[in-house]
Design a binder for this molecule. Structure first.
Ligand code: PPS
Length: 570
């Protein structure tokens, strides 16, 4: 087996003096404000984490990567790293243009010298890279609903890395880690990739993996973008720091990786291997369902449980990092210790204990006991701090339905009932009220409706984050926009979608505001249900129809739902 080459890896940064000069000259360039994902990608491009890439992929490289996981020059590269921009921005850009790439505060990070501009076939990218053009896959959803329509490619001139104010001492570039390993004389290093808090079983399996490979261990969690709904990285890092003390001294280190994951299973595992090689690691632990995105829209897994391991093994020599098999560790009560599940000879004579991720979340949600054999007390304390029982968390009730369906009336009744119960502040973001105070300049085109709903989602997510109850009652006619709002809110608390499914005929017959009549006469354009679409939610948490039912009863149905979800106590 070859020993690691811990020589410095090429970075894309220019010298300090050149950077100062470029910063001034860049004042005349067209600027692109990078998205959070693009900032993560750019950081790893510039610091060598994505070596051998020298910038955002050209069209030729993109096609080769999508079709067979290699760059045009034959080097292994499984993930399209592209700069997606809007059609409007792309209009003025031609090959030969230099663009200033800026962070969200306008600070220049790099210059992209555009060599290629093209409109990608996103359905093909989804099918080849993520395995299916299915919006249930978070990266496919991102590709179709968040990423811009046009890709720009070309080499990068790095000016400065994105600034991080949190956990500065725990963030290392590939070259900083390489230097650290050199200094400590570490020659074999096993990387452990993770996006979840670590418990005793993880500590046991990582330590064993390192021991078996006679190597040191790098806990290398992702703190860029992970799967929507994951525990936030601030909490996770505090947990990792607590677990670090459990390893024998100087065998193990912790470093944070600002990667934007795609949850692409097998391709993602290969990508993670290349990134770890670039950070000086010789081995990487690849587990069952590595970087799995969850279920597809038919309720099945996107990838087989061992697909990632198989693809990694196939390309291991090209990756330059050896795979270490992940052993499932379980707790054997009689022996009071963790053992690899497949090495327990007396399985039927002992009691095997395990708590799944779903069960752990349930216990946190409901404030139930989490035993010491499962996790470390410091980790449980941290998790309880950020995930109090659901009855103490903020949440959002999001009504959606046609104009005149009864959303506002039920929402008002619900608000009063919740205020009567007390405990948490309640805010009602009603469609009409929002349009008056937050969105008065907007009309009813798809673009304007989306902006309106995202504003509501943003305010609701802030209320939820701060422990309040947000009740929203817009029409919100588009599935993709409602999903985006769901993702914003679920990072902080529950999102309860209530479809007020009163039929168009009934809404039109009521015509409380006289708008349907005007819409039929063509006096109001783009009217939902008449001359504009309404995409009914397929799987809302609750569906109510107000036809022949009084408001009180509908609001009560919502209350019962909130109780059954543990969000309020009877
Ligand atoms: S959206 O699509 O969610 O942004 O719409 P929303 O902000 O909820 O709409 C609020 C109210 O605007 C009135 N209105 C229209 N609705 C639909 N289409 C058109 N073209 C339109 N023009 C005005 C309508 O009364 C909505 O209120 P509700 O409470 O739903 O009846």
């Amino acid at each position: 087996m070859s020993l690691p080459n811990l020589a410095p890896i090429p970075e894309l940064y220019v010298s300090h003096e050149s950077a100062q000069k470029l910063k001034i000259e860049a004042g005349n360039l067209v600027s692109w404000d990078l998205t959070p994902r693009q900032i993560c990608d750019l950081e790893l491009l510039m610091n060598g984490g994505f070596y051998p890439l020298k910038g955002f992929l050209s069209e030729e490289d993109y096609n080769c990567v999508v079709e067979d996981m290699h760059l045009a020059n034959g080097a292994l590269w499984p993930m399209p790293i592209t700069l997606d921009v809007s059609e409007k921005f792309a209009e003025g850009i031609e090959p030969g243009t230099d663009i200033a790439l800026r962070d969200q505060e306008g600070v220049i990070l790099a210059i992209l010298s555009v060599t290629d501009k093209w409109v990608p076939n996103k359905a093909n990218e989804a099918a080849k890279v993520f395995g299916a053009d299915d919006l249930a896959h978070p990266a496919v959803n991102y590709l179709h609903n968040t990423a811009g329509a046009v890709y720009l490619g070309g080499p990068i001139t790095g000016i400065q890395p994105p600034v991080h104010y949190d956990f500065k001492a725990r963030r290392d570039t590939p070259n900083e880690l390489r230097a650290y390993f050199r200094k400590l004389g570490w020659r074999k290093i096993v990387a452990f990739q993770t996006r979840n808090p670590l418990h005793r079983a993880h500590q046991e399996l990582t330590f064993r993996a390192a021991k078996e490979a006679q190597a040191n261990l790098l806990i290398h969690p992702v703190v860029g973008l992970t799967k929507p709904g994951d525990v936030d990285h601030f909490t996770r890092v505090r947990c990792y720091e607590a677990v670090l003390d459990q390893y024998p001294q100087s065998t193990t280190t912790l470093s944070l990786l600002n990667l934007a994951m795609r949850m692409a299973g097998p391709r993602e595992a290969v990508w993670h291997g290349i990134i770890r090689r670039n950070h000086g690691c010789t081995h990487m632990i690849v587990g069952r369902d590595h970087a799995g995105p969850g279920k597809n829209s038919a309720g099945e897994d996107f990838y087989g449980p061992y697909d990632a391991q198989e693809l990694f093994a196939k390309h291991q020599s090209e990756i330059g990092c050896e795979m270490v098999d992940f052993k499932q560790m379980v707790y054997v009560q009689e022996r009071a210790q963790y053992e690899p599940a497949d090495e327990i000879a007396d399985k039927d004579k002992v009691t095997i204990l395990n708590i799944s991720g779903t069960e752990l979340r349930r216990r946190l949600r409901e404030g139930l006991e989490i035993p010491d054999w499962f996790s470390f007390p410091e980790v449980v304390t941290e998790l309880r701090r950020t995930s109090p029982p659901r009855s103490k968390q903020g949440f959002t009730v999001f009504f959606t339905g046609l104009s005149g369906s009864g959303k506002s009336t039920i929402a008002n009744a619900l608000m009063v009932k919740l205020m009567e119960m007390g405990g948490r502040p309640v805010t009602l973001l009603d469609g009409d009220v929002v349009r008056k105070h937050l969105s008065s300049e907007l009309g009813f085109s798809k673009e304007h409706r989306d902006i309106n709903i995202k504003r509501i989602g943003y305010v609701a997510s802030e209320i939820t984050k701060n422990g309040g109850i947000a009740i929203c009652a817009p029409i919100a006619p588009y599935t993709a926009t409602r999903r985006a709002v769901r993702e914003m809110i679920e990072a902080y608390g529950a999102f309860v979608e209530v479809h007020v499914a009163t039929s168009l005929e009934e809404c039109e017959a009521r015509d409380r505001k006289g708008l349907y009549k005007l819409a039929r006469e063509g006096k109001i354009k783009e009217f939902t249900g008449i001359s504009d679409p309404y995409e009914a939610p397929a799987t809302p948490e609750l569906r109510v129809d107000t036809t022949g039912v009084d408001v009180d009863h509908c609001a009560h149905q919502v209350i019962l739902k909130l109780e059954s979800m543990g969000l309020i106590k009877a």
